[in-house]
Design a protein around this ligand. Structure first.
Ligand code: FAD
Ligand code: SIN
Length: 546
């Protein structure tokens, strides 16, 4: 079955939805999303969106904080563009109906004329986090999804998982999509999870907005959709990917066997929460002058060090001194969730551990979200734009997605108007010779093995030996998946497994390449930063496969 539209958008988080609303003014849009449309990292975002709203803050300060956090690898032009564009994009969200928290208007010391309540997070020297209580993402997702679902030019396909991009040179060979470089994108093969059929989506412009890859690691704050599909698809199609060694571990996820690494927002520390050890002693002052509000890479490594030294299973985050009323009003969701797991954060510290949270690298783009494949755009966590460098500053991710979906939409509309696009003769999906699998155990076993090996060998602290071990194992697994993929009919679990394996392999390659420690990449064999040799991005592009 072939479905044609001007724009194909893969993903329904903040990046995909915002782009959809904008380009729908110029053409027809198919938006595919692999589960229920609201299932996305966006929907779980807590702290908020970083942006400058009046004195004492300034664009310069936000720019400097972003550059400092990025540890020498941010692209300054990108940082300036994103920071300066931020307020306009947040006002746009407000005009669409997003309800951010406001402050008491009777307080004359509050300079922001819009009266947005501005929180603080690690690495920020001023209060600048616009938020909707502690559920910012849920509020943004709710509003954007409502608009998208009501738009008559946008068709949303839920439970549709994109398998691979189609380029003008794509040839099908029993489930394997074969492409060459010097290509342009003209759609994607998409697996309909309800009918188990593969559909061919043909489009003039395609956007990858598939979010992050937290599920590559055993412990992650991310929901199940975060399997790095866009990075893997982009790479397989020949796009350049960059900086995948920089995986961000959030310092504070709730430590409880059933909590699935529920995130405890950095805003808790922004509002006075302190990290303490099992004896009640604070420890961050040993690691950074900014203490609990140091950048995330520093705090996560400090916790890792404390846990290794003490042999304890968690450290603790204590905000109980702020009082019950404040905590219940400012963090209603965290309070409720923690209580479900038996912790009352108004009267006791919460046990917390770091977990994989955000991938700073991704498919490399220019300042309009374009990749090196024609007509293929990437926005949001899947992209590597140059904003985050070696370590993303807290709450800069939603900001980046907002600004880039705006820029990319403008460029894509222009491309649509000016290019003479002809759909090539696209082959439909070929599954000849494949059979239903009788070995699903292989899929679940390999899922588990990849996530464990990435946690154990490619985590917060790395070494050449651990990386080499990870590389040997992942190569075996990738070969096994390849053989399996060739023989059996696809399932969504198999597609995701193939993608986490690809992303794991790419993370390992990037990490092995960088012989220094910088930002989120820490290798005990090269504990120092080496600007002379390594102040540069890591790029990977798949060898020609035609
Ligand atoms: P997502 O929101 O993850 O959306 C991706 C979409 O793609 C989903 O709809 C998914 O189902 C779909 N998809 C994936 N693969 C496929 C496929 N193969 N086919 C079809 N569809 C597919 N950032 C901040 O700036 N501030 C915060 O406060 C903040 N808090 C966070 C808290 C948590 C718990 C987490 C996990 C992240 C947080 N982040 C925060 C990071 C931020 O939420 C994400 O980086 C951002 O939402 C990513 O948006 P996105 O649109 O790129 O991807
Ligand atoms: C948080 O609320 O701590 C998450 C913020 C982010 O990931 O930017």
């Amino acid at each position: 079955m072939k479905i044609e539209s001007d724009f194909l958008i893969i993903g329904s988080g903040i990046a995909g939805l915002m782009f959809a609303l904008k380009v729908a003014e110029a053409g027809t849009v198919s938006l595919v999303t692999k589960k229920n449309a609201k299932e996305s990292n966006t929907n779980y975002a807590q702290g908020g969106i970083a942006s400058v709203f009046g004195k004492p803050d300034s664009f310069d300060l936000h720019i400097e904080d972003t550059l400092a956090s990025g540890d020498g690898l941010c692209n300054r032009d990108v940082v300036e563009m994103v920071v300066k564009e931020g307020p306009a994009r947040i006002r746009e969200l407000i005009s669409l109906g997003v309800n951010f928290n406001r402050r008491d208007t009777s307080d004359p010391s509050i300079p922001d004329p819009e009266n947005l309540d501005l929180g603080r997070e690690g690495g920020h020297t001023e209060n600048r986090i616009v938020h909707a209580q502690d559920m910012t993402g849920k509020e943004v997702e709710r509003v954007l999804l409502n608009h998208v679902k009501q738009h008559d030019r946008i068709t949303v396909y839920e439970n549709h998982i994109a398998i691979d991009l189609i380029t003008c040179s794509t040839r099908m060979k029993r489930g394997l999509v074969i492409t060459t470089h010097e290509d342009y994108c003209c759609g994607a093969y998409v697996f309909d999870r309800t009918t188990n059929r593969v559909k061919t989506f043909c489009s003039k412009i395609t956007l990858l907005a598939t979010g992050g890859a937290g599920k590559v690691y055993l412990y992650t704050s991310n929901p199940d959709i975060a399997t790095g599909d866009g990075i893997a698809m982009g790479y397989r199609a020949g796009a350049t990917v960059a900086n995948l060694e920089f995986v961000q571990f959030h310092p504070t996820c709730l430590y409880h066997p059933d909590a699935k690494n529920f995130l405890i927002s950095e805003a808790v520390r922004g509002d006075g929460g302190r990290l303490i050890d099992a004896d009640g002693n604070s420890f961050m002052e040993k690691y950074d002058p900014l203490k609990d509000l140091a950048c995330r890479d520093v705090v996560a490594r400090a916790i890792d060090t404390e846990l290794k030294k003490s042999g304890n299973e968690s450290v603790f985050l204590d905000i109980s001194h702020k009082g019950s009323d404040f905590i219940k009003t400012r963090f209603p969701n965290l309070y409720r969730k923690a209580l479900q797991f038996g912790f009352d954060m108004t009267s006791e510290p919460l046990p917390v551990v770091p977990a994989a949270h955000y991938i700073c690298g991704g498919a490399a783009t220019d300042m309009a979200g374009r990749t090196d494949i024609g007509n293929l755009y990437v926005v949001g966590e899947t992209a590597c734009t140059g904003l985050h460098g070696a370590n993303r500053l807290a709450s800069n991710s939603l900001l980046e997605a907002l600004v880039y979906s705006h820029k990319a939409a403008f460029q894509a509309i222009d491309d649509l108007k000016t290019s003479e696009f002809k759909f090539p003769d696209i082959s439909t999906w070929d599954e000849s010779g494949t059979i239903d699998s009788d070995e699903l155990i292989m899929v679940s076993h390999n899922w588990d093995e990849i996530r464990r090996l990435m946690w154990n060998y490619v985590g917060i602290v790395r070494s050449d030996k651990r990386l080499a071990r990870a590389k040997r194992r992942i190569e075996i697994i990738v070969n096994e998946i390849h053989e399996y993929y060739w023989d059996f009919k696809i399932t969504s679990d198999l597609l995701e497994l193939r993608n986490i394996a690809t992303v794991a392999e790419l993370i390992i390659q990037c990490a092995m390449h960088r012989k220094e420690s910088r930002g989120l990449h820490y290798n005990i064999e090269y504990p120092e930063k080496n600007d002379t040799r390594w102040q540069k991005d890591t790029f990977l592009r798949q060898p020609f496969v035609g």
